[in-house]
Design a protein around this ligand. Structure first.
Ligand SMILES: [Zn+2]
Length: 586
């Protein structure tokens, strides 16, 4: 017996299923997926196999099975006992309407308002609520799928399309095939009224009809990003890079589902100013999807590397100044995350220990921004040329594998002997907080912006005309550095001179609204109410609920908005809002 993942019943001493065939009917009335999965055990297997499930109703299995009672984080273990020589097991099942990995949207929650919408979010451990499986990143699978949807809707998956045809009773069946082995958390499905636009020979964007033109314009530059990334990290190994723009309740900025990145519509700023999220999700095609963290305890290997890679792509596309602004914005987000986890400092180590901790509760910017600074420390100590060669060797050596921090450490030591000690790697990996001597990122423009913001408390005001037209990232840096709580007159000055309430760029808008919320600035309350009632992206929802906690008027607004909006929030968004409100004074 060897369970290797604190968040899964997966046991690497047991037979491993390496292929699935899914056949699912999408039932919008009952909010369930119903059908079957065939788990293939190539070469034949026998004995006990433990699967993860959560909220699933198991109707039948072609091998003897036993479903254990539900554990709070893990869910219910489904124990199969395979007769000798078993090549495959078919399990007929149905998902729960409250599955955390599936969000069922009513037509009113979509842009078009006419058709319902479904999307999945399986990371961290929600695949088990969609399919009974060995739900651990170390157990990679290939899959084929048949998804049966109401006529007029389109299904997309983290896989290659494999044809579609009319089904029975006014339904339509979409087939998919995923030939590359992926961890289960990268299983992804979305169903809705969707249209596609080709952006290059290997990239297409999908969105609702009302959004598709905007999306195609915003992401038109994706092919040049893919080319830059290939130059840095080696060939793109997934054939196609397609993107899906979801309705606004999607809880993340993006999710790197292979062949089909899922994106929040809050990226559609209308000026291509937020496409760094696409650079991030694309970079995951190497760091995360190709070389994967073995468990959530090594999450920084996915996200720290990807933030580093994202900023290398940004630098290659837009130069040092743009990358420095990205690092500066990330620095402030890191400081806020360290503050939020000040009561649980163990969660601010890169290498975490998560037995008994829900990975969604451990989620923060720390593996992203602290992790990226650690990778930069390694890059600077090795020299960029040597480190780039190392990264290519790393991708090649661990391609389509899921690894631990310890494996990574040993590989660095092997290729660049003495480098871990030189950067005090253990302080990064096993100690809380940010090590002294962490890399700093400087630029002349960054210094100017910091000086402008730092002058605020002394009564100095920036030239509004110059700042109003500054690139979005510059305005974000400035707003991030202002004091969090301002007078009503100061808030009014900011809004009047920088037109902040009207911004279509959500990074600017959210920075402004966080100040307005913490300051109890009521003229911004309608905009806050509108945002929190429609947008589910946790990056905005959590800090805004936190900021509203600073004043009685803000707390009243938060409670009112939450009472009406909570039923439409994604389960993850709802939890983020609830945990922010739980810290309000009584
Ligand atoms: Zn990421």
């Amino acid at each position: 017996m060897a369970r290797v993942d604190p968040h899964s019943y997966f046991d690497d001493a047991q037979p491993r299923s390496t292929r699935w065939r899914l056949k699912l009917r999408v039932d919008f009335e009952r909010k369930v997926l119903a059908g079957e999965v065939v788990l293939f055990f190539d070469g034949g297997a026998s004995g006990v196999v433990d699967l993860d499930t959560k909220g699933l109703t198991i109707k039948h299995a072609s091998a003897p099975f036993e479903l254990a009672s539900e554990e709070p984080i893990l869910g219910s273990r489904l124990r199969l006992t395979l007769p000798a020589g078993t090549k495959d097991v078919t399990i007929a099942y149905e998902t729960s309407p409250s599955a955390a990995g599936l969000q069922w949207l009513s037509p009113e929650q979509t842009e078009g308002k006419k058709k319902p919408f479904l999307f999945s979010q399986c990371q961290a451990i929600h695949a088990r609520g969609v399919v009974p499986c060995q739900d651990s990143a170390g157990a990679r699978i290939r899959y084929a799928a048949e998804i049966d949807v109401p006529e007029g809707l389109t299904a997309v998956m983290s896989a290659g399309p494999d044809g579609d045809a009319p089904g029975e009773n006014g339904r339509h069946v979409f087939r998919f095939n995923m030939p590359q082995p992926i961890p289960s958390y990268l299983l992804a499905l979305a169903v809705g009224e969707l249209q596609g636009r080709d952006l290059s020979h290997r990239s297409r964007v999908w969105a609702e009809p009302a959004t598709i033109e905007k999306a195609a314009w915003e992401f038109a530059g994706v092919e040049s990003m893919i080319a830059k990334a290939e130059a840095l990290f080696g060939p793109y190994d997934w054939d196609r890079y397609d993107m899906l723009v979801l309705p606004p309740s999607f809880p993340y900025g993006g999710m790197e589902n292979p062949r089909m990145t899922f994106l929040t519509p809050t990226l559609l700023a209308g000026d291509r100013s937020l496409v760094d999220v696409v650079a991030h999700e694309l970079a995951h095609s190497w760091t995360g999807n190709l070389v994967t963290n073995a468990t959530a305890e090594h999450f920084w290997l996915n996200e720290g590397f990807t933030v580093w890679a994202e900023r290398r792509i940004l630098k290659a596309l837009h130069g040092d100044e743009a990358a420095a602004l990205g690092w500066a914005i990330g620095q402030r987000e890191l400081e806020e995350a360290l503050e939020r986890f000040s009561d649980t400092p163990a969660l601010t180590c890169l290498r975490t220990h998560l037995t008994g901790v829900d990975p969604d509760d451990a989620f923060s910017n720390i593996p992203y921004e602290k992790g990226a600074r650690f990778v930069t420390a390694l890059e600077r100590a090795a020299g960029t040329k040597a480190f780039d060669e190392f990264v290519k060797a790393y991708m090649k050596r661990f391609r389509f594998q899921s690894i631990t921090t310890e494996t990574f450490y040993a590989f660095v030591e092997e290729k660049l002997p003495g480098l871990p000690a030189k950067v005090h790697a253990s302080a990064w990996l096993d100690k809380p907080g940010l090590p002294a001597g962490a890399p700093r990122f400087v630029s002349a423009r960054l210094d100017e912006l910091n000086a402008l913001a730092d002058g605020w408390a002394a009564g100095r005001r920036p030239d509004p005309a110059a700042l109003r037209q500054a690139p979005a990232a510059e305005l974000v840096v400035f707003l991030q550095r202002l004091p969090r709580e301002l007078s009503a007159a100061d808030c009014a000055w900011l809004d009047a001179n920088l037109k902040l309430n009207e911004r279509g760029n959500y990074e600017i808008l959210a920075q402004w609204l966080a100040i307005a919320a913490a300051s109890g600035y009521e003229p911004a309350f309608p905009r806050l109410r509108a945002l929190l009632s429609s947008v589910g992206r946790m990056k905005y929802v959590r800090p805004l609920y936190q900021a509203l906690g600073k004043t009685p008027a803000g707390r009243a607004l938060a409670r009112e908005v939450f009472a009406s909006a909570a039923p439409t929030y994604h389960a993850l968004t709802r939890r983020a809002a609830e945990s922010a409100m739980a810290k309000y004074p009584a």
